[in-house]
Design a binder for this molecule. Structure first.
Ligand SMILES: NC(=O)c1ccc[n+]([C@@H]2O[C@H](COP(=O)([O-])OP(=O)(O)OC[C@H]3O[C@@H](n4cnc5c(N)ncnc54)[C@H](OP(=O)(O)O)[C@@H]3O)[C@@H](O)[C@H]2O)c1
Length: 300
């Protein structure tokens, strides 16, 4: 006989917004022992009928289990919710979207309160959560021991990609992918604007865009190769001098179609700067360096 309490195998989830609801559903469907809390209690009540324990306060929810998953609106709501709550011995997994800096600061804050901390960046929208084969996954970084201890539970709603002990890395990978997606959406918006006033079915263009963007996505591998070797001229199939001509065609077409070039121009200006600086035989890898040299934040 021993007086040491057995480790608690259930988990706690704070936050039942669109994403928290999807996470809770996935765990409950898989038969997990789940305690939930939400600031607006009405959103938590339906989960009692599905077998979850609904806690009356965040502190009560945190006390219920060693694993505490947080999925709230932003960093401020996480701080507000956990302020004054005893985190001693807890494994805190934060699935709230933040910056690398906020992930690192939260890790320090949680560790000082006796918790192990793992940050997460969800690469999915709620309908993809808990759906096998949907492609949903979550970047995790921070305490490797805490991640390993709870991997079985964390892997239920979505795939997992652990990207290192630096608690800022989950957010960094997450935001890197989201930033690339934002640029893609900008291009897609411009493309639809070009054809909007013509007798062209947007659904036809959507299919073409989807195939074209997928085919072009391998371009990222070429950039990575250049960044690794430092030689930006190897394997260049479309050089900047040629692309600059293409850019002029794109801008003239925008004008002919009555479409603002405002989304394309910032990137094109950087490409032109590289051409003017004598890099016309390279492709767009040099833009990466320009962005760093033009950056205004403190950086790393
Ligand atoms: N939805 C997506 O497509 C998606 C995809 C990837 C990542 N995410 C991330 O997942 C997180 C949650 O997103 P969501 O879609 O679930 O958002 P949401 O539907 O707007 O839900 C926000 C949640 O945060 C709670 N909340 C807001 N302010 C609070 C405060 N001051 N104190 C305590 N609780 C507070 C809300 O509680 P109440 O119910 O009381 O308002 C609710 O539970 C965000 O960081 C988001 O970036 C979302």
């Amino acid at each position: 006989m021993t007086d040491t309490p057995a480790p608690r195998t259930g988990s706690t989830l704070l936050g039942l917004g669109a994403m928290g609801t999807a996470l809770a559903s996935a765990w409950l469907t898989a038969g997990h022992d789940l305690t939930v809390w939400n600031r607006t209690a009405a959103r938590a009540r339906p989960f009692a009928e599905r077998g979850a324990t609904v806690a009356a306060s965040a502190a009560e929810a945190v006390a219920a289990n060693d694993l505490v998953v947080v999925c709230l609106l932003d960093d401020a709501s996480v701080r507000a919710t956990l302020d004054g709550v005893d985190l001693t011995g807890k494994d805190l997994v934060n699935l709230t979207t933040g910056t690398p800096g906020s992930g690192r600061a939260l890790a320090e804050w949680a560790t000082a309160r006796g918790a192990r901390f793992v940050d997460g960046g969800i690469m999915a929208v709620p309908p993809m959560i808990g759906v096998p084969g949907s492609g949903a996954y979550v970047f995790y970084s921070g305490s490797a021991a805490a991640f390993e201890a709870h991997h079985g539970t964390l892997a239920v709603p979505a795939g997992t990609k652990y990207v290192g002990e630096d608690p800022g890395f989950a957010a960094l990978y997450d935001v890197a992918l989201l930033s690339a997606m934002t640029g893609m959406f900008a291009g897609v918006s411009h493309a639809f604007a070009l054809v909007r006033k013509e007798n062209i079915d947007p659904r036809e263009l959507a299919g073409l865009l989807s195939g074209w963007l997928t085919a072009m996505s391998g371009y990222a591998n070429g950039i990575a190769g250049h960044l690794v070797t430092g030689d930006y001229t190897t394997g260049v199939t479309s050089n900047l001098a040629m692309m600059a001509e293409g850019n002029a065609t794109m801008l003239r077409t925008a004008q002919e179609q009555g479409v603002s070039p405002e989304l394309l121009q910032p990137f094109m200006r950087l490409m032109q700067q590289l051409v003017d600086d004598g890099h016309g035989d390279e492709d767009t890898t040099g833009v990466v360096d320009l962005l760093l040299s033009h950056g205004t934040g403190p950086g790393r």
